[in-house]
Write a protein that binds this ligand. Structure first.
Ligand code: 5GP
Ligand code: MN
Length: 341
């Protein structure tokens, strides 16, 4: 977004508008953080704002301010559609294509509000009048901070908004570890602490919420981990039965794939998690350095994301899905070997 666009958006937002804010399906910390932070800002400007999530999000994010105000499209579709039909503005946060909003895709394609996209994923679709897309950004939450800077409104950041943005930056950078963490990211985080984000508290609420059943499930996942040294790859499988046997709750498998990637010498890790209710296997891909899993996920797993973190799915059985991975890897053997870590 350039200066003229910011001016024009500012002008449009100077009168009361009906605004809807949408995160991607299966919202993570960055999605919930960016949506609730923007909500906190827009209500201060006096707008009518509704946050609509394509589906539910994990309980480890439900302590966040305003998180209880989300409509869940999965069970409030009619009410949500009514509001979407009335919207002057729809903000799409932490995603850059309508299909990432799950079942909301249909209505988003139908309505014609002014769309605003704020996102850091690769290859954005071209639907937004106001598009702030930057793949170099650590997180959408960092972008919300920069957006508020551009709007000249950082003085409107409340402790609740600061907490929300800090949370998204924390989770999307793997606690400031990934290389998307720039000096600016750290400065933004520091400013958010000054604005009332409590780093220790947030860390505890996000990461110190393990349950015994999640720990047991992690044990199963690690037991199922297979290392393919030839390809510097490790993968993990979790079947629906294994999830059921361990009292699986939404969010429980978050971060499991990182254990595979943390193996010394491994540059590519993938986890396959069966989702019987949708007859699919959801997959998460992670990589180190220059190995591009966004491209790999687009080509082979009907997905995408970032260079070092992407997601996708498979319609095959678990066994066939693993076979598919094994059949794909030789194509990447040379590339995997050349990755410098
Ligand atoms: P995760 O593996 O944690 O679900 O997602 C990793 C990254 O890839 C996130 O930035 C997420 O938004 C993106 N992502 C996850 N699943 C999909 C998918 O099915 N399609 C696309 N395009 N991106 C995905
Ligand atoms: Mn994100």
């Amino acid at each position: 977004m350039n200066k003229d666009q910011i001016q024009s958006l500012k002008q449009e937002l100077s009168t009361v508008k009906n605004i809807v804010i949408v995160p991607h399906k299966n919202p993570d910390g960055d999605a919930v953080g960016s949506v609730t932070a923007l909500y906190g800002y827009l209500i201060q400007l006096g707008h009518q704002v509704t946050m609509i999530s394509p589906n539910d999000f994990p309980s480890f994010l439900k302590w966040m301010d305003y998180s209880e105000l989300f409509l869940n499209y999965e069970n409030q579709e009619e009410k949500a559609n009514e509001i979407i039909n009335q919207a002057d503005f729809i903000f799409n946060l932490d995603h850059n294509a309508f299909h990432r909003a799950g079942n909301m895709e249909l209505i988003l394609n139908k309505v014609t509000p002014t769309y605003v996209m704020i996102d850091h994923h690769q290859q954005p679709d071209d639907f937004a009048t106001y598009m702030y897309s930057d793949t170099a950004m650590s997180s959408t939450c960092e972008m919300i901070y920069h957006f508020l800077e551009m709007m000249g409104d950082t003085d409107k950041i409340t402790p609740a908004m600061a907490t929300a943005m800090y949370t998204g930056i924390l989770t999307d950078t793997g606690s400031f570890k990934y290389r998307s963490t720039t000096s600016t990211t750290l400065r933004v985080a520091a400013n958010l602490v000054d604005k009332g984000a409590n780093a220790e508290n947030i860390n505890r609420k996000i990461y110190d919420v393990n349950t015994p059943s999640r720990m047991k499930l992690l044990g199963v996942a690690l037991n199922n981990m297979t290392i393919l040294e030839q390809y510097r790859t490790a993968y993990i499988t979790l079947t629906q039965k294994e999830l059921d046997d361990n009292n699986f709750k939404k969010g429980d498998t978050e971060g499991f794939v990182n254990y595979a990637l943390s193996l010394d010498g491994i540059v590519f890790a993938q986890i396959f998690i069966e989702k019987a209710s949708e007859s699919i296997i959801k997959t998460s891909l992670r990589s180190k350095a220059d190995f591009d899993v966004n491209q790999l996920a687009r080509e082979h797993w009907e997905g995408g994301g970032h260079k070092n973190a992407a997601g996708g799915k498979s319609d095959l059985s678990m066994e066939q899905t693993v076979q598919k991975l094994i059949s794909i890897l030789p194509t990447y053997e040379k590339e995997l070997h050349e990755v410098v870590i």
